[in-house]
Ligand binder design. Structure first.
Ligand code: SAM
Length: 359
């Protein structure tokens, strides 16, 4: 593969590190946001003709992400969750260079075609964002000005029955984002022992009926192997009552997906790795969709943005050796009512942003 390095080296000086000018609360007044000129690229609907699959992804919190990452010419951004390429496209439209990483071959293939017009400014990479330091090093890139992680699965992955994420449409029990992985949802529900399933249903799904759900799965698989998403959804419906309109299998499916893709371990590694690849003034932006992820991101950002630590047993506060971030806003940013109206999947999104201090 020939790697188009040159454009990546032509970094305009003085672009990164404008923390002082950034001031997150001022974002609402930013010219671009006021003029509403970020329409193109915010809504994506495209057809992948040969496979008859549809990618539909409105990049979530796009305005806020733009305000945070300021993707101007000369900046280099690592988009760890390329997906349909929605966020990457809005960065590229503004002149930034983007390394777009996804572990899903279908997403990469689609986004590569969609963003081909940006030539050398866009570099697609298949990999896991937890390896962002080695992925970037392989591309000859030392530091980037921004890292984005828009966590979880894409609309395409959710809506495509053959990927096995959905409890609404039948498909093989799969749930792997990376089809090179040798462990799928089918392996988990058929091979794991009951106690292990209870643990992940509780820890990753926050499912109160974890024990009942795991028992029902074990009972069912003694009769015959559990092969499909609807088969599993029906088994869980027998154990978990329907409350507040939510499908009873929601939490268990989430737990299985997180376990199959090792999403919590991977997120932790990626957060730590982002500190290695961000340049001074570089921005880390993470969009999460459930409380487990958001808690991990919040704790990570707090731990690295506290200059001193105080403990009751210490005579005085001590310097925090992990201190290397500053938080433009301590609170998570949620989508506006208008965004939720046009894109209901944005409903539970939370964006957290941190800026890297000097090395
Ligand atoms: C929510 S979608 C991203 C959508 C994208 N921001 C857009 O605007 O089109 C998440 C994507 O990230 C990918 N992904 C999730 N976890 C990943 C990981 N650990 N490493 C690489 N890609 C990951 C998924 O395969 C999926 O395509």
């Amino acid at each position: 593969m020939i790697i188009p390095i040159k454009p990546w080296l032509e970094r305009a000086s003085g672009v990164s590190g404008q923390l002082a000018d950034w001031g997150f609360p001022a974002v609402e007044g930013a010219e671009e946001l006021r003029s509403g000129s970020i329409q193109s690229g915010l809504e994506v609907k495209a057809h992948h003709e040969d496979k008859r699959m549809e990618f539909y992804h409105q990049p979530i919190l796009a305005r806020e992400i733009l305000a945070a990452l300021e993707p101007v010419k000369g900046k280099q951004i690592f988009d760890g969750t390329l997906g349909g390429g929605g966020h990457s496209e809005v960065f590229l439209e503004r002149g930034a260079h983007v390394v777009g990483c996804d572990q899903d071959a279908e997403a990469l293939e689609y986004a590569e075609r969609r963003l081909a017009q940006y030539g050398d400014c866009f570099l697609p990479v298949r990999g896991n964002f937890s390896d962002m330091d080695s992925l970037l090093r392989t591309l000859g890139i030392d530091r980037v000005d921004g890292v984005l992680m828009d966590l979880g699965v894409s609309s395409h992955q959710l809506d495509e029955p053959s990927r096995g994420f959905s409890f609404r449409q039948d498909g093989p029990l799969d749930m792997r984002m990376d089809n090179r992985a040798d462990f799928s949802a089918r392996d988990l529900v058929n091979d794991w022992d009951e106690a292990e399933m209870v643990r992940i249903f509780r820890d990753y799904g926050e499912e109160k009926r974890a024990v009942r759900a795991a028992k029902e799965i074990v009972k069912a698989r003694e009769q015959k192997a559990i092969e499909t998403t609807l088969q599993l959804a029906e088994i869980i419906e027998r154990a978990v009552p329907r409350v507040s309109g939510k499908h009873p299998a929601t939490r268990v499916f989430q737990a299985i997906r997180l376990a199959v893709n090792r999403e919590m371990e991977v997120l932790e590694a990626a957060l730590n790795n982002s500190l290695e690849v961000l340049s001074e003034g570089g921005v880390l932006a993470v969009i999460s969709f459930h409380s487990l992820e958001d808690r991990m991101v919040k704790r990570f950002m707090r731990r690295h943005s506290t200059p001193f630590i105080d403990r009751p047993e210490w005579p005085e506060p001590r310097e925090n050796l992990d201190y290397c971030l500053t938080l433009p806003t301590r609170r998570a940013i949620s989508p506006s009512g208008a965004e939720i109206e046009t894109n209901p999947r944005a409903r539970s999104a939370k964006l957290r942003v941190a800026v890297k201090l000097e090395d």
